[in-house]
Design a protein around this ligand. Structure first.
Ligand code: GLN
Length: 548
């Protein structure tokens, strides 16, 4: 049944004091708790930077770029939303300042504001509000939870906060504001300090916004007394001052927030009679978290990539491995290995402890030769190996060079003059002028060969997976590869593109042109990751480790 858009509830999450407090996790946790009570929920992220989308950002700038099924390159928080809620997000779920201004300027050129001076208020704020309402207007959701990127007080976020102020005024009880702040612990004084929170709420109030709920990020429990004090200073009821304490895993946070009654406070503030609303059913979630926390036996996965120094650069991959580990009752120990530094001389030392190896996606030439060395090692030693996107392309290059004997085989991304273009630019990419948003993006169908490992893993012939790349496996080499034992086991029939390659006589050696990591969720871990981690566990056990 469709929701009457007039009844859709809007919740905004702002951040104060410092960045990196985990607004995305709190937003996703609240979404999960409301969903577990039977509501239809979507999460949205507003990013105050001027890039139209994060597609052209280096992962060092902003962490991983996440891709939705409809091909939008988005902020990594959308990955959290999907992993927590198990509901797909789309283009409308991530808006940037760049996109807002682009829309407004296009409208101005079109003559939509003819005669008017175009200004931040009302034109930019109207565009922001319109992009927030868009989700509620579909009638598909009871709750739209919108996270405002950045920290209150930033110049960039002013138009967003102003839009929230207006929406609160327009929507009344259907709108609620949660402010997430930080309560630092001063070690020398052994004290938690709430002053930064008070200032941050003041900054919001100066912009005309009174938060309804405060969530305090903290390393230590916050006493009832301290909550009362914050409540008094910030015009908030003491019951609405909640803590979010450091957790052993981000997947614990929904349970912690349930214990803090975040969902109850939200519902009662928005006018629900709690006796009429079902309790949140978090059974499946809890059993996942318990498995995750209680697993003692380890499996070690090497993640070989060029952005390994940054925690968030391969976020969806590390989360997918974590899901798959819990599913297999194992603790996944992920060892990140910088591909730039891998050589024939040190590969043994660097990778010998790995039960399985993931070769990460990437762009450009840095680190590729190290990936090839790692791949040769995994292929020859029969170590389970999973190549993702650039990782699959690297698998093709390594196989062409070292098995087929095509010296200097390469991708034209790295060596346009290679005599063996085993990976080449897609035809429709050759005339692309704009680098933003122009790759092969989003979900495409893929047909699996019945005799393949991929088919055994997915247990179906037709799959759909998300893409983000410009280059592809060169079909001119397909027959050569298959003759030598590398099966092209997944094909996009419409374009005849190779989407999966796999070695038939290897424990587990599969490369995928797509990104399965974008669609692994807590409740439905991705079958490729589950199978890969299982193969790594079996590999570890074959080396003599037996489960306790
Ligand atoms: N750079 C490669 C391409 O564009 C791979 C991209 C990726 O790994 N996401 O095809």
């Amino acid at each position: 049944m469709k929701q009457n858009p007039d009844n859709t509830k809007y919740i905004f999450i702002t951040g104060g004091v410092v960045s990196s407090l985990g607004k995305g996790i709190i937003a996703a946790s609240l979404g999960k708790l409301l969903q577990a009570r039977g509501f239809r929920v979507t999460n949205q992220k507003l990013d105050p930077y001027i890039n139209v989308d994060p597609g052209t950002l280096n992962p060092y700038e902003h962490g991983e770029c996440y891709v939705t099924v409809d091909g939008q390159e988005t902020d990594l928080d959308l990955g959290h939303y999907e992993r927590f809620l198990g509901v797909e997000t789309h283009r409308a779920n991530n808006i940037t300042t760049g996109r807002i201004y682009q829309n407004v300027i296009n409208k101005e050129r079109h003559g939509d504001y003819l005669g008017k001076t175009v200004q931040i208020i009302p034109h930019i704020t109207d565009e922001i509000k319109c992009n927030i309402n868009l989700l509620g207007n579909t009638g598909n959701f009871d709750f739209v939870i919108t996270e405002i990127g950045g920290t209150v007080g930033d110049i960039e976020s002013l138009p967003y906060i102003e839009s929230v102020r207006q929406l609160k005024w327009e929507k009344g009880k259907n709108c609620l504001i949660i402010h997430l702040t930080y309560v630092p612990f001063i070690a020398a004084a052994k004290e938690l300090k709430t002053k930064p929170t008070q200032h941050s709420v003041k900054a919001l109030q100066e912009q005309g916004v009174q938060p309804d709920i405060l969530v305090l990020r903290t390393e230590y429990n916050i006493s009832a007394e301290m909550r009362k004090k914050v409540a008094l200073f910030c015009n908030i009821e003491p019951e609405a001052v909640l803590q979010s304490i450091d957790a052993s895993t981000i997947y614990r946070v929904p349970l912690n927030m349930q214990a803090e009654k975040l969902d109850e406070v939200v519902l009662s503030k928005m006018g629900f009679d709690l006796r009429q609303v079902p309790q949140a059913d978090m059974n499946d979630w809890t059993s996942f978290v318990e498995k995750l926390e209680n697993a003692t036996d380890e499996v070690t996965i090497g993640l070989v990539g060029k952005y390994v120094q940054l925690q968030d650069a391969y976020l969806s991959i590390t989360e997918s491995l974590t899901h798959a580990g819990a599913y297999n009752n194992r603790k996944v120990k992920i060892v990140k290995v910088l591909s730039d530094n891998i050589t024939n001389e040190n590969v043994e030392k660097k990778l010998q402890k790995m039960d399985g190896i993931v070769i990460a996606p990437g762009f450009g030439s840095r680190g590729i030769e190290g990936k090839l060395v790692a791949l040769k090692y995994a292929r020859e030693r029969d170590i389970p190996c999973f190549g993702i996107c650039m990782g699959m392309q690297a698998m093709s290059i390594e196989f062409a060079r070292n098995v087929l004997g095509y010296a200097n085989a390469n991708t034209t991304e790295i060596d346009p003059n290679t005599p063996h273009k085993v990976v080449d630019m897609m035809e429709d990419q050759k005339h692309v002028l704009n680098l933003g948003g122009s790759m092969r993006l989003g979900a495409y169908p893929c047909k699996l060969k019945k005799e393949s490992k991929a088919f055994q893993i997915y247990q179906k012939e037709e799959i759909r997976e998300r893409h983000r790349h410009r280059f592809e496996f060169n079909n001119a080499y397909r027959a050569d590869f298959e003759k030598a034992g590398m099966l092209c086991s997944g094909i996009n029939e419409e374009s005849d593109l190779v989407e999966i390659i796999e070695l038939s006589d290897h424990k587990w050696y599969i490369g995928v042109q797509f990104h399965p990591e974008y669609s692994s969720t807590v409740i439905h871990p991705h079958p490729l990751f589950v199978s890969f981690v299982r193969a790594a566990i079996e590999n570890r056990m074959s080396k003599g480790e037996h489960p306790k």
